[in-house]
Design a protein around this ligand. Structure first.
Ligand code: NAI
Length: 334
């Protein structure tokens, strides 16, 4: 079977980690035709907008995309390409698997959990105003439809990926209406999945429990703000966001991405760690149903990192981005 996938390498270290990822995916034997389109600074250098229309068209056509990091100027310039993509394609669920790698010297071992975060509502809907000087209001929007949609995605994901338990994270003891509605939607969806264990945790207690015993969690189901904070907190368990990938899922397609940014401090040096981009590609292969290839890629990556011989400087090695990519590709072939 052949797939057509939109590939947005991004800017900064994006094109470097993308090249390494392509070698690894090619080694898996899955036939992917890449529609490669420049976004961010590389598009702007060619006189185009940061998110050219052709990128959106290609994503709408192919329904599956893979994206490297994109620079977002602070306080000026264009709107975040990432935010534009999420809004334009209505990518309502953000999925971030957090799994420990042996050999990176992270503080925790054997962490293996997934954060599923609602991506479109909550205080991120952007409804904020000044009531009177010195008083501002930020509106938290939670809908039955949005909560049900993300809860259903989380339960389907758990079932598909062989996960056992979902923890809905909330603060419904204080925000009785908004978080209360989110919880009711989660409870209703949970009833339809008797094979998946369901529990609830108040967000502050959940954070403490996560830090004390992350192994107690499997899938965390969160509203937008709690999910944003908790997914970075969990990124810390495995040695930082440089080793994590994420997916943005919509009703009409999905976009997989690195969690890290464009790393201007090391761009062009060929030393960026390609792990996150390779993991993003493995998540994409799972989404396409190519589970065996995805598994082979993850195992190869774990072995290369554990051996430490062909890893980039950020995790204690001397290899270049391409050397690490090639080492992973070799293992995938074996
Ligand atoms: P960053 O993630 O780009 O860099 C933070 C630190 O981590 C830097 O020291 C960098 O060298 C290092 N790092 C990141 N990825 C690495 C990798 N793969 N290998 C080795 N080291 C790595 O975050 P920063 O500096 O806050 O943001 C830079 C730009 O990226 C900004 O314009 C920001 O808006 C954008 N950004 C884009 C994201 C995306 O497109 N998904 C996510 C986060 C930031």
């Amino acid at each position: 079977m052949s797939y057509r996938v939109t590939l947005l390498p991004g800017d900064g270290i994006g094109p470097e980690v993308t090249a390494a990822m392509k070698e690894v995916v090619a080694a898996s034997g899955v036939d992917i035709q890449w529609d490669e389109i420049d976004v961010g600074l590389l598009a702007m250098e060619k006189g185009k907008p940061a998110l050219p229309e052709e990128a959106l068209k290609s994503l709408r056509r192919n329904k599956v995309g893979l994206k490297g990091p994109v620079t977002t100027p602070v306080g000026r310039g264009h709107v975040s390409v990432n935010v534009m993509l999420r809004k334009q394609l209505n990518l309502y669920a953000n999925v971030r698997p957090i799994k420990s790698f042996r050999g990176v010297g992270a503080r925790y071992e054997n962490v293996d959990l997934v954060v599923v975060r609602e991506n479109t509502e909550d205080v991120y809907a952007g409804v904020e105003h000044e009531v009177t000087p010195g008083v501002v209001e930020c509106v938290k929007i939670i809908t039955w439809e949005g909560s049900t949609r993300v809860a259903k995605y989380a339960f389907d994901y758990a079932r598909r990926m062989g996960r056992q338990k979902i923890t809905a994270v909330h603060k419904a003891n204080i925000m009785k209406l908004s978080d209360g509605l989110f919880l009711k939607a989660c409870q209703k969806v949970a009833k339809r999945y008797p094979d998946i264990q369901y529990e609830e945790a108040i967000v502050d207690a959940a954070c403490m429990k996560l830090v004390m015993n992350p192994q107690a969690f499997d899938v965390l189901l969160c509203e937008n703000l709690y999910g944003d904070i908790i997914s970075d907190l969990c990124g810390g368990f495995i040695g930082g966001i440089g080793l994590a990938a994420g997916a943005n899922i919509g009703e009409k397609g999905a976009l997989f991405e690195t969690v890290h940014g464009s790393a201007p401090d090391i761009a062009g040096k060929g030393i960026a760690n390609p792990t996150a981009m390779i993991l993003a590609a493995a998540m994409m292969l799972d989404y396409l149903g190519e589970h065996a290839a995805a598994r082979r890629i993850r195992t190869a990556l774990e072995q290369v990192i554990a051996q430490k011989r062909h890893v980039t400087p950020d995790i204690g090695g001397k290899a270049t981005t391409m050397e690490m990519g090639t080492a992973v590709a070799q293992r995938v072939k074996e």
